[in-house]
Ligand binder design. Structure first.
Ligand SMILES: *Cc1c(COP(=O)(O)O)cnc(C)c1O
Length: 324
């Protein structure tokens, strides 16, 4: 594997689209249930996002809808130029199925692994499962350089091209000569130093996040209105955030507000891109899964530094609210 370390996960997705030659008039199929940074770079390139809903086993891109969308786009417009699939909240997407469909139609996959460093899929590391993977080292991610990202690829040539473009595309001449448009997307040397240190604590951070998940699951599974996202056989999640689904929007809000009352922040799950005002013109292929997750789901406090006392405080509020 080859890695170009860049200034952010967003810049890395932008770079991946650039390397694939995505431009005006092209469509890119993108998981709808994600953070907006998965989709924004499609717009930077002047291309058009088409959103694909999720399946219920991993909450990630539905392979069935992906194939329906590819066929429909080919019938009504043209073949999509790329697919952006996301390992959301650290849970791997169904890579075997997605890759098989991508291969069948010969469309490259960009693997948004911003939330999934440390996750694995049948023993393979997330970020290395497709043509190009991207990572994020933003402040909220599992390890951080305060801000940063990376593009991961099997191709040395693509990595070198990414480094070239992200350092102002300067041709090999004694003077400054440019035959391509470049970007200032490199990671600074200071942050790279922090990143090397952070890599050493990755396993610890994953263990801490998984402990949070196990704690909540163990103590809340008695409440049958609350569900957790289980790992399918062969899937290993870094459990970046522990997310639950509740029986109704009202119950979700009750829990969120009860925590807030005690100054504890929790958040609804990502609002799907096909519901976002900024993407209201976009074509989307939906099945109701991400809309349900958005209205019923809650991300619980999940930091790597939560103490047993912190977790118990959260649990006590949740238990009390659920028992009312
Ligand atoms: C954080 C994140 C990104 C963007 O990474 P930055 O380093 O913040 O630019 C992209 N996709 C997903 C799913 C993310 O969570």
């Amino acid at each position: 594997m080859h890695v170009a370390v860049l200034s952010s996960g967003t810049a890395s997705i932008h770079m991946a689209l650039q390397l694939l030659g995505v431009g005006a008039g092209d469509e890119v199929l993108c998981q709808s249930f994600t953070f907006s940074a998965s989709a924004n770079p499609i717009i930077y390139q002047g291309a058009t996002p088409v959103f694909i809903d999720s399946e219920t086993d991993t909450w990630n891109m539905s392979p069935e809808l992906l194939e329906i969308a590819i066929k429909d786009r080919m019938n009504t417009y043209k073949k999509p130029k790329a697919i952006i699939a996301v390992h959301l909240y650290g849970m791997p997407y169904k890579a075997k199925e997605i890759n098989a469909i991508a291969k069948k139609y010969d469309i490259p996959v960009i693997e948004d692994s911003a939330e999934a460093l440390g996750s694995t899929y049948f023993g393979m590391k997330c970020g290395t499962l497709s043509d190009m993977g991207i990572l994020s080292f933003n402040g909220n991610k599992i390890i951080t350089t305060s801000g940063g990202g990376a593009l991961v690829t099997k191709s040395l040539e693509l990595k070198q091209r990414a480094v070239f473009l992200s350092t102002q595309a300067r041709d090999n001449k004694p003077h400054y000569e440019h035959s391509s448009i470049g970007y200032n997307y490199r990671m600074s040397n200071v942050l790279a130093g922090i990143g090397r240190g952070q890599m050493e604590v990755l396993d610890e951070r994953v263990a801490a996040r998984r402990r949070n998940y196990e704690f909540y699951k163990q103590h809340l599974s008695a409440f049958d209105t609350i569900s957790f996202l289980e790992e399918p056989q062969g899937f290993y999640s870094n459990r970046w955030l522990t997310c639950i689904t509740t029986s109704s929007y009202e119950q979700r809000e009750q829990l969120r507000l009860a925590l807030l009352e005690d100054d504890i922040e929790s958040r609804p799950l990502w609002k799907p891109m096909h519901m976002q005002p900024v993407f209201k013109q976009a074509v989307s292929y939906t099945n109701g899964v991400s809309e349900h997750l958005f209205s019923h789901g809650l991300c619980l406090p999940s930091g790597s530094n939560l103490t047993q006392h912190d977790l118990e405080r959260v649990l006590q509020i949740l238990t009390k609210t659920l028992s009312q």
